[in-house]
Design a protein around this ligand. Structure first.
Ligand code: 3H9
Length: 691
């Protein structure tokens, strides 16, 4: 039974029971509809809609979105709730999201548990609310606040919901249902008319038009080309001027149209791919996680301090070790500055920041790591540095402790062999800034024990990271693919595109930043130094020649005020005037003729370079599923979420069409690099042209 009805002292409890999150499928919709008919029976004074499993309702069942909608539809169910002649109270514990919040808005009153979260996250799935959310919410709370909630998809806390009027009361911790009963009896006994939001008008204060416009500008910027957030905002705007029925009809039509579109397909793909990636790999069996209650971090540089902060954010006590007191002091200062800036941005309160800082303990003595359950090394990227550190960790760490390295490309198996316990060694590759970026590549070595992987996944969840398990190869999933992407960006310059053209085309496609702006931000010297350690022949030197010439001329990016772009007061102020001549000289050296390059070629070359390399990564078993690769790119490399990741994008484009496109690129001056991977339909050995 997915909806339970219990009549107790005149109160009809309607309980949604669909573990784990009480998502609404056809069965629940039908069950609620039937319960609302039962609510009209004599002896029912009031109705409470509540969720089992300590949560309310996480929305419509996303797994049904690829299918034809089946009656009864949610708008009809919510209309029935709203029309009920008895007062209906939503008792919200846990999550009231999407269709769940829409049900609560159909109720006449709302009471929430202190830890509840309420939101309309539909835009994160490429759709708009489809059961009256965009029309009822602005009839209950300030329309601009409603528009911000709907267009961002971000949920609010119970306290915020109370302040805005979204809920009427907050229950004491642990007393939600008892207080909901109390509330229901008060309303029933006072014989108040049911509060039906669909019957209300939205007042339009003069300032609203301007505020909507303001919100539209920031929504458009953040959407990076996604349509749903803009559509959601327009629907809330409509609620201000249009009768409910008309607005609701428009909402439903928009919901159904977007639900069938590519953006929604891509976002659903990423939703499920992220959850699949967080599960232990199929061959790992039933291993259970090791207990982790305190964590060590080696290195208090940018990465080490970011990693330490991310553990402290997850509530773990952290011991951070450095070689000198000066380096340690600098690291500890970086941590307090990081939290200070979070306070200034309004992300956390002073007291929360103080609690987190108190969790971090600095030391220069490796012996202080002896009690740690997990130790993450985040020191300099050189094998002899790793050798020294892992020898020391092997000597001090307790038996059963997990030894992790944050290396972004070094051979994990070689690092594991520095210890007497390679089964306890794993890669935990964070992305900078580590306390902000959500991606965590968990690198599984030849000997890494199954329970070590399960533990790393568990720690990732507790620290709000999006984990992906990767195998060992140079650059793992993300950075290995990036090499192919960077190669194409560099070759495009030689063949005739400008850095601005490439950056603009790719940001229009939806990338968070263009590749040259990224190079300037992270430092052009980083890749330059990494290439010095790479075997000749393993990469196309002409693909990075412009990067190399800039590095050799000391144009290292933002930090020197000049890279591909020129920087004034930390802001890009046009192309670095030396770049065109550096490109022209490199073009002569490469012996390449300049030609017109259109934006479609820029996008396709860069995207298919990613997907094609991703295909080899899949073939070699470095990634278990193409969805894992998409999760890496969306969460760690600024790939537009609404395009589903590079592998999904290639599939949407059509793999045959991708092959044809690659064959065109293979006819270019550097065509030999376009060996087709099996994912795209090649055998990995021949270039696309030879096939
Ligand atoms: C909507 O409501 C449209 C309406 O406006 C209109 C209709 C007409 N459906 O995330 P977790 C599964 S759109 C199906 O790991 P957590 C999830 O796949 C919907 N399944 O747990 C996973 O399954 P598995 C608007 C769902 O505690 C399991 O539950 N709602 C749904 O970290 C546990 O999930 C949303 O966008 C669903 N709606 O986080 C909310 N939700 O174990 C989406 C979850 O097989 N959900 N599952 O991998 C979330 O944000 C999080 O899941 C939540 C729990 C915060 C609820």
């Amino acid at each position: 039974m997915s909806v339970e009805k219990t009549l107790c002292d005149g109160i009809l409890h309607v309980t949604i029971l669909n573990p784990p999150v009480n998502a609404l499928s056809r069965e629940e919709r039908a069950g609620i509809l039937e319960a609302m008919a039962a609510a009209e029976a004599p002896g029912v004074q009031a109705v409470i809609i509540q969720g089992a499993n300590d949560t309310f309702i996480a929305g419509a069942d996303i797994r049904e979105f690829g299918k034809e909608p089946e009656p009864p539809h949610l708008p009809e169910v919510i209309d029935a709730i709203e029309r009920c002649s008895r007062p209906v109270i939503a008792a919200i514990g846990g999550q009231a999201l999407g269709g769940g919040l829409e049900i609560a808005l159909g109720c006449h009153y709302r009471i929430a548990a202190p830890g509840a979260r309420l939101g309309l996250p539909e835009v994160t799935l490429g759709i708009v609310p489809g059961a009256g959310g965009t029309q009822r919410l602005p009839r209950l709370i300030d329309p601009i606040a409603a528009a911000a909630m709907v267009s961002s998809g971000k949920p609010v806390t119970a306290a915020k919901a109370l302040a805005s009027g979204l809920v009427d009361r907050i229950a004491q911790e642990g007393d939600l249902i008892a207080e909901a009963v109390q509330f229901a009896l008060e309303v029933a006994q006072a014989d108040l008319a049911p509060r039906r939001l669909s019957g209300r008008n939205v007042a339009e204060p003069a300032a609203q038009a301007e505020a909507f416009e303001h919100l539209a500008v920031s929504t458009r910027r953040q959407a990076r080309g996604a349509q749903a957030p803009i559509a959601a905002l327009e629907l809330v705007k409509l609620a201000v001027t249009t009768p409910f029925a008309e607005g609701a009809a428009r909402e439903r039509e928009t919901f159904l149209r977007l639900r069938a579109g590519n953006e929604a397909k891509a976002l659903r793909h990423i939703f499920f791919a992220e959850r699949a990636a967080a599960k232990p790999p199929a061959d790992i069996g039933e291993a259970s996680a090791r207990a982790v209650s305190c964590i060590g971090v080696v290195g208090a540089g940018t990465m080490g301090t970011g990693i330490a902060m991310s553990f402290a954010d997850g509530g773990f006590p952290v011991t951070i070790v450095e070689t000198t007191t000066e380096a340690l002091a600098k690291g500890m200062e970086r941590i307090s500055q990081g939290y200070q800036s979070s306070i200034e941005k309004g992300r956390i309160s002073q007291s929360v920041a103080a609690e987190r800082i108190a969790l971090v303990h600095g030391t220069t003595d490796y012996d202080d790591l002896s009690e740690c359950d997990l130790i993450v090394e985040a020191a300099f990227e050189a094998m002899d540095v790793k050798r020294d550190i892992f020898h020391r960790l092997d000597a001090v760490a307790r038996r059963g402790a997990i030894l992790a390295t944050n290396t972004s490309y070094l051979d994990l198996d070689e690092i594991a062999a520095f210890t007497s316990r390679p089964g306890d060694v794993v890669g935990m590759h964070y992305f900078s800034p580590a306390n902000v970026m959500r991606l965590l590549e968990i690198v599984r070595g030849r000997e890494t024990a199954p329970d070590v992987i399960v533990t790393a996944l568990r720690v990732a969840k507790r620290t709000a990271k999006v984990p992906v398990v990767a195998g060992v190869c140079n650059g793992f999933i993300g950075n290995r693919m990036l090499k192919a992407y960077v190669r194409e960006t560099g070759l495009l310059l030689l063949e005739g595109a400008t850095p601005e053209q490439v950056d603009t085309a790719l940001t229009r496609f939806g990338m968070a930043m263009g590749p040259f702006a990224v190079a300037d931000l992270s430092g052009i010297d980083i890749g330059y130094k990494a290439r010095k350690a790479m075997a000749p022949g393993s990469y196309e030197p002409m693909g990075t020649i412009v990067y190399d010439r800039l590095a050799e001329a000391g144009h290292l990016g933002r930090k020197t005020g000049n890279g591909f772009y020129r920087y004034e007061d930390g802001k890009a102020a046009g192309i670095n005037p030396e770049v065109p001549s550096i490109i022209a000289a490199a073009r002569r050296e490469a012996g390449v003729a300049q030609r017109e390059i259109d934006d479609a070629e820029i996008i396709d070359r860069c995207m298919f370079a990613l997907a094609n390399e991703g295909g080899f990564i899949l073939e070699e078993g470095i990634a278990a599923a193409s969805g894992d690769i998409d999760v890496v790119y969306v969460n760690g490399y600024g790939f537009p979420r609404h395009r589903g990741g590079p592998m999904f994008h290639a599939e949407q484009y059509g793999l045959e069409a991708v092959r044809d496109r690659i064959a065109q690129f293979a006819a270019g001056p550097f065509g030999k690099w376009w060996r087709l991977s099996p994912f795209i339909g090649g055998n990995g050995a021949q270039t696309a042209l030879a096939m």
